[in-house]
Design a protein around this ligand. Sequence first.
Ligand code: TXA
Ligand code: MG
Length: 329
Amino acid sequence: MTAQLTTRLIPAGRDALKAALRVLRAGGLVAFPTETVYGLGADATNGEAVARLYAAKGRPSFNPLIAHAADADAARRLARFDPAAEALARAFWPGPLTLVLPKAQGCQVSDLATAGLDSIAVRVPAHAVAHDIIAALGGPVVAPSANISGHVSPTSAAHVLADLQGRIDLIVDGGPASVGVESTIVACLDKPTLLRPGGVSRAAIEQAIGRTLVSHGDVIAESGEAPLAPGMLASHYAPRAALRLNARDVKPGEALLAFGAALPSGADGAVTVLNLSATGDPVEAAANLFSHLRALDLAGAARVAVMPIPSDGLGEAINDRLKRAAAPR
Ligand code: TXA
Ligand code: MG
């Protein structure tokens, strides 16, 4: 489904920086080195760019992304820092640490990038190439590891090319990544919690905050739930409205979440109609998914008929999310 692109590979330097900026401003995808692994960057505030990023990685679901900021001040505009988060930012930024924090009011990062959550993962990378690209854009860059979903993270431009050639616009080659494992992820939502071990050791983090970290495993043991992927720890955005999937008509009292131009019977009587993409474009639909679910809640819709969405391309991830959102609670 992803259209074939010509992927350019440019060695890090002034030309690469200019090219990266042009691509990001146009909503395209740029792979660049960070100190941990190569990231696949998109303008975090551009929902369609973020949707293209998920499509390029072939992610079957919308796992939330890390927003990369140029410095701690820029990160503070995205998220709310408690004292533990402040201590960690002072100790390890720029560097291989990601903080999961409450999303700040007015945070411009697209709902798709945070998978509709009220929290956001933020990181200030130390690598000069990553830093310069983010600083030049002047806003947050979301960047998952630059590999096809399910493959190992890339630590060189060649790894990125092998996975993503033809799927992204540009690769900036800055040589091998020095840390080689992903950033450590710590959530400071309640008690500081280790979500993913990585480039900063647990001991170093515990020393900086002066207390022991709750582990991901402890959280699971306490709540008695099955193991969760990192992105699944905070529960995903679930609308208050009850969703009826693959609806071929709209029943009295229902709102309609549409896809495509041909609306089903009963659409005229729908409480509200929001269309994920009137042209049937899965990229546009993905970009609208979480904000439309929120808007339906705000509109007070109690029941929503959701039109069928073809499962090709991003459709698989859209349907995965809709299935979770529709699951009984
Ligand atoms: O080192 C790294 O962190 C690299 C470089 C490119 O910065 N990036 C990276 O991104 O590893 P990614 O997308 O491969 O992994 C991000 C992880 C995912 O497991 C995701 O579930 C988790 O962060 N995550 C993101 N936002 C979250 C949130 N709000 N709550 C919990 N987990 C979150
Ligand atoms: Mg990854």
